[in-house]
Design a protein around this ligand. Structure first.
Ligand code: SAM
Ligand code: SF4
Length: 494
């Protein structure tokens, strides 16, 4: 217990907060947010259309502009906004959707977030920290049976799952390869969702080859934050968390994922908080967030707060916040998780989302041992969409999307500033489109059911024809690689 207390006491490095601040001011400007929300009421349709034109030019909106969009009530204008959001997504990301799975490795936690099943005082939660062998077991199922290439690994905050454990677990995941029908399966990008860390520890994770580092601020509204995260806990320190992504960028991890947990405070406020966060990263590092997440609170075992009426953001508000986020930060990846129901995900996806998870299980050890471990008391919360990856890929294909299993980005230096520039200019599409085709071919051959393969091949035929037309100079190289993959070559990318 003394050890844990001293670990907690030494966790926060004060100078790694203040160095990014303007004296005692942080980048969240509560007055500016409240003022913009007030001024944005009853927006003029002409002004709304000007703002949409700016989004369509792939420019980040100001807080005032986003506040206007947050107050659009007129049904026709709202339809225009949804259409613009979908168009922004297509301009930056085309018809590609990336899939991944969450992998929970440890649920011990020293904190007391009132909405989370993992909070320290929740005695109903069964605690575990997976061993490296157990992590490999989980990975074998995900990479060998389901066919995932990307994971988001998730940890509570505890000395038993500190940065060194996180680094070891990522190495263990990258170590696994599993033979498949035609080739082999492996996880090629591990993204991390873990507690904020100091720069030296983040550098260790960078060296292991992590993809994106995600930290959600939960709520940008400081009084609410302080009410829901007990004082004296590490997480109780609003500023340590607020500057987590600044430290990542300084440590060399230049794909960073921000997010807010919707349901803690006014959803419009959180959208503007996320936007101020994106602006500050852009201003200080020239790199905006790689992804933005917008989870809503889900029920969790023995966690009354998660069931309270206070915590509800309804489906209509959810659609609006997703749309405005897409329009406000046009180049950022947007992650729509299986916390949401399948039918709702189908409606929300076209508003500009770029990533979905599938075949998700959030019990610790639940991929290798479903019966036993997917029980409520081992999970952080309860999932809304339990469809398999095969089903999700098929639905996407029927809707005209290509599922991209591409993980080339961080392995060939297309991260951070480089990827942002490519995204803004629309040139990212060239590589990504080709890699989507190659990785989709690979996945269909290794993992798809017959029904999904048929639906997927229709999409592939359309993609190949489009590439031949749009990038004739690249087509011969693509065609050669495509043939190689069809014959069993794996992990081929541009
Ligand atoms: N412990 C680390 C932290 O808090 O940053 C990382 C893992 S935590 C399990 C990941 C995220 O889960 C949190 O940032 C929070 O937004 C989300 N979360 C917590 N409780 C939730 C609930 N009841 N429903 C939906 N999401 C929840
Ligand atoms: Fe712990 Fe993270 Fe859950 Fe908070 S949200 S209790 S820090 S696992």
């Amino acid at each position: 217990a003394t050890d844990i207390r001293s670990w907690i006491a030494n966790r926060i490095k004060r100078d790694e907060i203040t160095r990014y601040m303007d004296g005692d001011r942080c980048f969240i400007d509560d007055g500016a947010i409240e003022g913009a929300l007030e001024r944005g009421k009853n927006p003029d349709p002409g002004r709304v259309r000007e703002i949409l034109a700016k989004s369509l030019a792939i420019e980040t909106l100001t807080v005032d502009e986003a506040a206007c969009l947050l107050h659009v009530e007129d049904p026709d204008l709202w339809e225009e906004m949804k259409a613009a959001a979908g168009e922004v997504k297509r301009r930056v990301y085309d018809n590609r959707i990336v899939t991944f799975a969450p992998l929970y490795l440890a649920n011990l936690c020293v904190n007391g977030c009132v909405y989370c099943g993992f909070r320290a005082e929740n005695s109903a939660e069964r605690r575990r920290v997976l061993t490296m062998e157990e992590i490999k077991e989980e990975t074998r199922v995900l990479a060998g049976t389901v066919g995932h290439k990307r994971l988001i690994v998730v940890y509570g905050e505890h000395p038993a799952s500190d940065y060194d454990y996180i680094a070891d677990s990522i190495r263990a995941i990258y170590d696994v390869t599993v033979p498949t029908k035609k080739g082999y399966g492996a996880i090629r990008r591990v993204n991390v969702n873990a507690a904020p860390m100091e720069i030296a520890h983040l550098k260790v994770l960078h060296d292991v080859g992590i993809g994106t580092f995600q930290v959600f601020q939960e709520t940008y509204h400081r009084p609410t934050y302080e009410r829901l995260h007990p004082a004296g806990t590490i997480k109780g320190d609003y500023l340590w968390r607020l500057y987590a992504m600044h430290r990542c960028l300084e440590a060399g991890i230049d794909d960073v994922g921000i997010g807010a947990l919707f349901g803690l405070h006014d959803w419009r406020y959180e959208v503007l908080g996320l936007l101020q966060h994106a602006w500050d990263l852009e201003e200080k590092f020239g790199i905006g967030p790689h992804t933005v997440s917008f989870p809503r609170i889900e029920p969790a075992t023995n966690t009354p707060y998660a069931d309270s009426p206070e915590a509800v953001v309804d489906d209509d508000a959810f659609a609006r916040l997703v749309t405005v986020l897409r329009l406000a930060i046009p180049y950022t990846g947007m992650i729509l998780t299986a916390r949401e129901r399948g039918d709702l995900r189908h409606e929300i996806l076209p508003l500009g989302c770029t990533q979905v998870d599938a075949s998700s299980r959030i019990g610790i050890g639940a991929y290798a041992d479903v019966e036993e471990k997917q029980k409520g008391e081992r999970q952080q919360f309860i999932l809304g969409d339990t469809r398999s990856l095969d089903e999700v890929v098929r639905q996407l294909a029927l809707d005209g999307y290509i599922t991209s299993f591409c993980t080339a980005g961080y392995r060939c230096g297309r991260t951070g500033q480089k990827i942002m520039d490519l995204l803004r200019s629309g040139r990212e599409g060239h590589f990504c489109k080709l890699n989507a085709v190659l990785t989709f071919r690979e996945w269909l051959d290794d993992f798809a059911s017959e029904e999904t393969r048929v639906a997927g091949e229709k999409v592939l035929a359309k993609e190949l024809a489009e590439i031949a037309l749009r990038f004739p100079d690249m087509y011969p190289r693509l065609h050669a690689s495509y043939e190689k993959v069809s014959q069993g070559a794996r992990d081929v990318y541009f």
